[in-house]
Design a protein around this ligand. Structure first.
Ligand code: FES
Ligand code: FE2
Length: 393
């Protein structure tokens, strides 16, 4: 992928990235600056968050015309709105009068039939066009048509809203590449998010992603997980698209990932015999993790807060026929992964403390960490080239 924006390498010495990309070895962890530097995070917000497709949440949160929500993406705040025509649109969260923010960022979705600026009450239609400028003495030549909200690229993808703030990422279909087919049987667009947890962790945003892409740590920190899924099982994908991940098997006694291996839900109707016996774990660069189980989907959406802090939203999605059934209780999945999430965050925070030390030296990866190597390779190439390559491997 090439962008039309200037490709500026990240503020990390080139020499520090050479070992990460060493073609003769297993690669190395990223250098310290990648986990601790304000300048690197500033660069990442622009190059990894503004110039890619970032997941902004579930489109079901904007179910009805007039529903809107503001999210922060990179350095920008973006308003997502469901229009009268049913389409989700995105706009920069900036009034065209004197620039006031239109909708508080991070607040729950709300509904009105127009977008009202809280400062001088300019009003925009749901399609972003300027509708009213109360008590405004129009200067000569003023034309409302020139002052609509500035649009941002947004598309719905399997029930998620994907946003490209810079406007020049490749088409979404090309960006996600082969992942589209991997995700399709789960019919995520029809699944219902019953539960959302938010976590704040004291770790750089890349550490939970690196951690997600290997189960070498599972025997040491996830006793519950190892009961239902063999940590060394499964294969990783090497396919086109800005994603990394692979499969893991379920133990013979386990129907899904839960404390006992029992499911409290319904097997997703589109899954074949193979998919019913495994879990797919994929990370869509930069901020969405999809964990596709036989009977539910779990997602993590990650946002950097500072070089050493991140926010993670975790959601659990089930088939509507499961959610509507008498006595349905999602806790079999939620409790299992909440325990596992907390074990992972504890580990990530331990790594953050380590990589912040004067004693940190980037270490090598085992074969079981090949997807982490893929991830840091992807990141390091981005740092050097000033842009992302969609090629895996
Ligand atoms: S800044 Fe929005 S109406 Fe004035
Ligand atoms: Fe883990």
């Amino acid at each position: 992928m090439t962008t039309t924006l200037p490709a500026t390498p990240a503020p990390i010495p080139r020499d520090a990235l050479v070992p990460v990309l060493d073609p003769t070895g297993s690669g190395r962890m990223l250098p310290q600056e990648a986990y601790t530097s304000d300048d690197v995070l500033t660069w990442e917000r622009e190059h990894f968050f503004a110039r890619t497709w970032v997941c902004a949440g579930r489109s079901a949160d904007l179910a009805t015309p007039g529903d809107r929500r503001a999210v922060s993406i990179g350095d920008d705040s973006v308003v997502l709105v469901r229009g009268d025509d049913g389409q989700v649109r995105a706009f920069y969260n900036v009034c065209r009068h004197r620039g006031h923010e239109l909708v508080p960022c991070g607040a729950a979705a709300s509904r009105r039939n127009a977008i009202h600026c809280p400062y001088h009450a300019w009003t925009y239609s749901l399609d972003g066009s300027l509708r009213a400028t109360p008590r405004f003495d129009e200067p000569p030549g003023f034309d409302k048509a020139d002052f609509g909200l500035v649009p941002v690229r947004a598309e719905e993808w399997h029930g998620w809203v994907m946003v490209n703030v810079s406007g020049d990422a490749p088409p979404l279909a090309e960006y996600v590449g082969a992942l589209d087919e991997i995700v399709a049987p789960y019919e995520c667009e029809r699944l219902v998010a019953t539960t959302t947890h938010e976590y704040e962790l004291g770790a750089n945003w890349k550490l939970p992603l690196e951690n997600y892409h290997e189960c070498y740590h599972c025997p040491a920190i996830h006793p519950e997980l190892c009961v239902v899924s063999p940590p060394a099982s499964g294969d990783n994908y090497d396919l086109p698209g800005a994603f990394i991940g692979g499969t893991m098997d379920l133990e013979p006694h386990a129907e899904t990932m839960s404390m006992t291996g029992a499911s409290g839900g319904v097997v997703l109707r589109g899954l074949d015999a193979t998919l019913r016996r495994q879990v797919i774990y994929v990370g869509v660069f930069p901020n969405l993790l999809l964990s596709l189980h036989p009977d539910y989907v779990m997602t993590h959406r990650i946002e950097p807060r500072s070089p050493s802090r991140s926010w993670v939203e975790c959601q659990w999605l089930f088939a509507p026929e499961a959610v509507e059934s008498d006595g349905f209780d999602p806790s079999y999945a939620v409790d299992f992964w909440d325990v596992t999430n907390r074990q992972d965050w504890h580990a990530c925070e331990g790594v953050q403390r380590g990589v912040s030390s004067r004693g940190y030296r980037p270490g090598p990866f085992s074969e079981a960490e090949d997807a982490v190597q893929q991830f840091v390779t992807f990141v390091a190439r981005g740092y050097l080239g000033g842009t992302l390559s969609l090629a895996n491997g």
